[in-house]
Write a protein that binds this ligand. Structure first.
Ligand SMILES: [Zn+2]
Length: 458
């Protein structure tokens, strides 16, 4: 019997140490280093008999190719039958790729993956270490009860999973979740760094050798990291994040890393009793359909990836009751809000220094696009004077520190989206170059932030 071998891993970044220490030298986190047993068990070969033959017959051996011989257009993608997921992936699943789907517990990762697995036109193996087969069946009945291609396996040991894979030869494998897997080769508990690293390595080997795409579900810790190791994010090809406020009914799917496509695309789903519905025209849901004129709201024309999106910004400006005024922003950078308030004070003469300012992007999404700045200004000013902005007006411009209204990228697309949704006026920067002379919407060009006011409350 071999001596038990242990080593120390940082539970945050996965760095390895020979002895315990208080702070991780590589990621600087405190108290994240824990001891793990890494003694290798008796070498068990999982590829036994027929199973081994089955797997090796499917493996591909790569040959060196001249760059001119490589066919770039014919990169085969597997259509997932889910438009939003296809777009975020960059056109579908790449054979042999490893995709990690991360998100907070309870956000609906399993629901999304099960729903996609049930609708796939490929033979799919859904491995669950989280729920029993009966629980999954109950959930499947609400979504898509008559799938012929999806097989459910409740198992957490990779050796057993590979045995099943070798027998049934699935086209796609889904693992729910990576934190429940364990391999016989390592003795530490499931979810520990060494288990996650080892089981992921086994899955990568399987995916690359058989050209089978594998999708891993991973939980995210409170501070937004995939639970346990950052290392997992480095190992996989694509990291998808599923997010959204649990109290909201909308969910956003975005790629944080994508070896096979852009990371700018966004997928939007609506949580329903029967599963997650794809939202094809997100602008309609992100704008509230209030009939009354409400002060403090403004509509911004933004871009998420290639897709234009109309979003509603809400602001509440009120006199500060306590000494220091409060400023808070949901879905928008709080530092940027402070900057805009300072610009309004200094360049346009609005006295907001003694006011509380709260800002909210509706729909529970968060936006980085600087083109929403002008809508933020409009919402703040509207709330400050308590006069509503015309609902048929929208905004697309960035605000500079000198109080100038700056042009934004692809303004043409933003204008067309506003036009399509029936807006009558859009306010943009004076310095925007437009490809067309006329649009079906009135375009107001402004140069400075204080010029905006006269257009707001005409
Ligand atoms: Zn670390």
């Amino acid at each position: 019997m071999a001596k038990t071998k242990t080593t120390f891993f940082c539970q945050n970044c996965g760095s390895q140490y020979s002895k315990w220490q208080g702070q991780c030298t590589s990621c600087k986190e405190w108290n994240t280093i824990a001891e793990e047993v890494i003694q290798k068990a008796e070498k068990v070969t999982w590829e036994v008999g027929e199973a081994k033959k089955a797997v090796s017959s499917r493996s591909r051996v790569a040959k060196p190719l001249k760059i001119s011989e490589i066919n770039s257009s014919a990169e085969a993608r597997m259509n997932t039958q889910n438009g939003e997921l296809n777009r975020v992936l960059g056109g579908g699943l790449v054979p042999g790729s490893l995709t990690l789907l991360g998100g907070e517990p309870g956000i609906g990762k399993s629901t999304l993956m099960l729903q996609i697995a049930l609708q796939l036109p490929y033979k799919t193996l859904y491995v669950s270490g989280e729920e029993s087969a009966t629980q999954i069946k109950m959930r499947a009945e609400r979504i898509h009860p008559d799938s012929e291609n999806c097989y459910i396996l409740t198992e957490t040991k990779t050796q057993n999973i590979f045995r099943n894979i070798a027998e049934m030869e699935p086209d796609i494998v889904v693992i729910d979740s990576i934190q429940t897997l364990h391999t016989d080769y390592i003795e530490s508990s499931a979810g520990s760094i060494s288990q996650i690293r080892e089981t992921t390595t086994e899955l990568i080997k399987f995916a690359k050798e058989t050209a089978t795409p594998v999708i891993l579900i991973g939980h995210i810790t409170k501070d937004g990291n995939i639970a346990g190791p950052k290392i997992l994010e480095h190992m996989v090809d694509t990291v998808l994040q599923f997010e959204g406020d649990r109290n909201h009914i909308y969910r956003i799917l975005r790629a944080n890393k994508n070896r096979f496509g852009s990371t700018n695309e966004l997928g939007i789903y609506e949580m329903q009793g029967s599963g997650l519905r794809e939202v094809a025209n997100p602008s309609e849901i992100l704008i509230s359909k209030n009939e009354e004129d409400l002060s403090g709201t403004a509509i911004a024309s933004t871009l998420e990836g290639m897709r234009p999106l109309m979003i509603e910004i809400q602001a509440l400006v009120s006199t500060a009751v306590y000494g220091t005024p409060q400023r808070s922003a949901t879905g928008y950078n709080a530092k940027r809000l402070n900057m805009i308030l300072a610009v309004l004070e200094k360049r346009a003469g609005f006295k907001l220094g003694a006011k509380d300012v709260f800002l909210n992007v509706t729909g529970g999404i968060s936006v980085d696009d600087p083109a929403i700045d002008l809508a933020v200004v409009a919402a703040v000013l509207s709330s400050n004077v308590d006069i509503a902005i015309d609902k048929r007006m929208c905004f697309a411009a960035e605000i500079g520190l000198a109080g100038e209204v700056r042009p934004v990228t692809r303004v043409d697309q933003r204008i067309l989206e506003a036009e399509k949704l029936g807006f009558e006026t859009i306010i943009i920067s004076k310095y925007c170059k437009l490809p067309k002379e006329t649009y079906g919407i009135q375009i107001v060009k402004v140069a400075k932030v204080h010029d905006v006011v006269k257009h707001l409350f005409a």
